[in-house]
Design a binder for this molecule. Structure first.
Ligand code: C5P
Length: 233
């Protein structure tokens, strides 16, 4: 399985996003990009089509979580956008994940990679206990959600790089671990909690790392992207 760096394009507008992506115009490989809620809600599906047209692979990170029928229908709409990867919250239950997979699968049997978000990397174990009323360790919860996602037929999970090893142990090597919460050893942490470096994420077993501010807020984003690729891929 080929490891890849995904850049989280957490920008407020299409204009800012294109200005950022233009910096990579001379790169040999077009970066795999993640479009999240902020940009998608601001610009709508057109931003997905436009970035796809520029030749980028796209992870559409909308983290769906609703009743199974609603998620199934929403996934069918996202599938038509020809994205490469989409996700939902495992907390929506196995029934919701099965419905999502059905909605996502096109008439010819093809579909984007479907991932389940386990616990957000901004959630500490203490918050998981006090706010979500989930006992045990974050690792227990992540592995349980990962097994549910696998049983539902999903391709992998979004989790902290620190949990990738235990997810692989629980679900096998072929089950994808896509991990945000990446920071350079000498960089700012921000609001993330369960974090590590690109090099360590590789050692633990991430298949894809999702990197936002360490690249988007860098003085030289292209250099920061190259550094991530060199450490991780
Ligand atoms: O800027 P930073 O590198 O923290 O960006 C991480 C990206 O990954 C953000 O777009 C965030 O929404 C996303 N993400 C996350 N934790 C998850 C799932 C997605 O940080 N569990």
């Amino acid at each position: 399985m080929k490891r890849e760096v995904i850049i989280a394009c957490d920008f407020a507008s299409a204009e800012q996003t294109y200005a950022f992506l233009d910096k990579f115009a001379n790169e040999e490989k077009k970066p795999f990009v993640k479009i999240g809620m902020e940009l998608f809600y601001a610009e709508g599906p057109e931003i997905v089509r436009a970035i796809k047209k520029r030749g980028h692979k796209i992870f559409l990170d909308l983290k769906l979580h609703d009743i199974p029928n609603t998620v199934k229908k929403a996934m069918a709409v996202l599938s038509r956008l020809d994205v490469d990867m989409v996700n939902l919250h495992a907390a929506g239950t196995k029934e919701m994940m099965v419905a999502a997979l059905e909605g996502l699968t096109r008439a010819d049997g093809s579909r984007p990679i479907l991932l389940a978000v386990t616990q957000l990397t901004s959630t500490s174990e203490e918050r998981m206990h006090t706010d979500l009323l989930i006992p045990g360790t974050v690792g227990d919860c992540v592995c349980h959600y990962a097994r549910c996602a696998q049983e539902a037929g999903l391709d992998g999970v979004v989790c902290s790089p620190l949990e990738a090893g235990m997810v692989k142990e629980a679900c096998g090597k072929a089950f994808y671990c896509v991990t945000p919460g990446i920071r350079f050893a000498d960089g700012a942490v921000g609001d993330q909690v369960r974090i590590t470096t690109p090099a360590r994420a590789k050692e633990i077993g991430s298949d894809y790392i999702v990197v936002g501010r360490p690249i988007t807020a860098a003085d030289d984003p292209v250099a920061a992207y190259r550094r991530c690729c060199a450490e991780f891929e």
